[in-house]
Design a protein around this ligand. Structure first.
Ligand SMILES: NC(=O)c1ccc[n+]([C@@H]2O[C@H](COP(=O)([O-])OP(=O)(O)OC[C@H]3O[C@@H](n4cnc5c(N)ncnc54)[C@H](OP(=O)(O)O)[C@@H]3O)[C@@H](O)[C@H]2O)c1
Length: 290
């Protein structure tokens, strides 16, 4: 069996490859990158892995790269709706014409029937894969603990934890857990996970509950400053966040406030075959590495 992981120079993809290397021989793993000259790509080659160019904006690279691939991890890209749909459709079409036997796609929490803007964009991509007829596994990843690193560093320098997400809950997850779960799916016996959609979340917590755990880890007393969306935007602007990111960041807070990242259940421990990393431990590991 040959498995190709696209986005293998990125955070999630590279971690998936790391886990695959503990389960398979190097001949069974192909890494897909946009830049073959990157340091990570060179490291892959030194480890004996085959490196192929997978640029979703360049369908020709995909038709070549996906040839002789049994299982394909299609990374989700980030951008406006039109861009991500074009890129994703190119990847799904290439998987179809090259005869890939299973596609694995990382989506977002409760993508179906969730009007959080990220869920809408992921659901459209889920449907592209489902409607292609290729057997699939969809992994609906909740919010990375790692997303909070910049805010945590600001708080460590004395800032409060500013949020307009109110009492909205998030099932924060540690990204290496998501990568390990994806690797387990990629190497699973035939049909075990075929055409399944899994929700991968941690414990549902409010911003205050997240900060309470952070305070225990840091032995600090960071306070939560709850504001409305307009004040949140103004504070981000004041902190020098580029104007282009502001609408997306405010929409994210609103989506969280409206429950867009609250999970109803999680299949993470089922796929990991172990307990998920608790938030406290994830923060210790994350902050120890940064
Ligand atoms: N659940 C969450 O909390 C959360 C948070 C952030 C993002 N996400 C989503 O999850 C994805 C993976 O997360 P991550 O942490 O691995 O992000 P990341 O480190 O930014 O990696 C994204 C990967 O996508 C690749 N990529 C981007 N555009 C591409 C294109 N046109 N064609 C082919 N590959 C392309 C990048 O390639 P290069 O290495 O060449 O740049 C990179 O390897 C993100 O892309 C985003 O959609 C989820």
């Amino acid at each position: 069996m040959r498995i190709l992981v696209t986005g293998a120079n990125g955070n999630l993809g590279s971690k998936i490859v790391e886990y695959l290397l503990t389960k398979l021989s190097v001949e069974e793993i192909i890494v897909g990158v946009r830049n073959e000259q990157s340091e990570k790509a060179q490291n892959y080659k030194e480890q004996g892995l085959e490196v192929r160019v997978t640029d979703f904006e360049n369908p020709e690279t995909l038709k070549i790269a996906f040839t002789d691939v049994d299982r394909l991890f299609i990374i989700s890209t980030f951008g406006d709706y039109e861009t991500v749909m074009r890129q994703h459709t190119n990847a799904a079409n290439a998987a179809k014409v090259t005869g890939v036997k299973q596609v694995i796609y990382p989506s977002v929490t409760r993508a179906e029937g969730n009007d959080f803007f990220l869920a809408v964009m992921h659901r459209a991509r889920e449907l592209t894969i489902i409607e292609s007829g290729i057997p699939y596994v969809i992994l609906r990843n909740n919010w990375y603990v790692e997303n909070e690193l910049g805010t945590i560093q600001g708080c460590m320098a004395g800032a409060p934890w500013v949020t307009s997400a109110g009492e909205g809950k998030i099932g924060w997850v540690y990204r290496p857990d998501l990568a390990e779960a994806a690797a387990n799916v990629l190497v699973a016996e035939d049909h075990k996970h075929e055409n399944k959609i899994y929700e991968l979340s941690g414990e549902n917590l409010t911003q205050q509950q997240f900060v309470d755990t952070l305070n225990k880890v840091l032995e600090k007393d960071i306070s939560v400053l709850a504001v409305d969306d307009a004040s949140y935007e103004e504070m981000l602007r004041g902190a020098g966040i580029p104007e282009a990111y502001l609408p997306m960041l405010v929409m994210t807070q609103k989506g969280i406030r409206d429950g867009g990242l609250e999970s109803t259940h999680s299949d993470l421990e089922f796929l990991l075959e172990r307990k998920a990393t608790p938030l406290k431990q994830a923060l210790v590991q994350l902050l120890g590495n940064n």
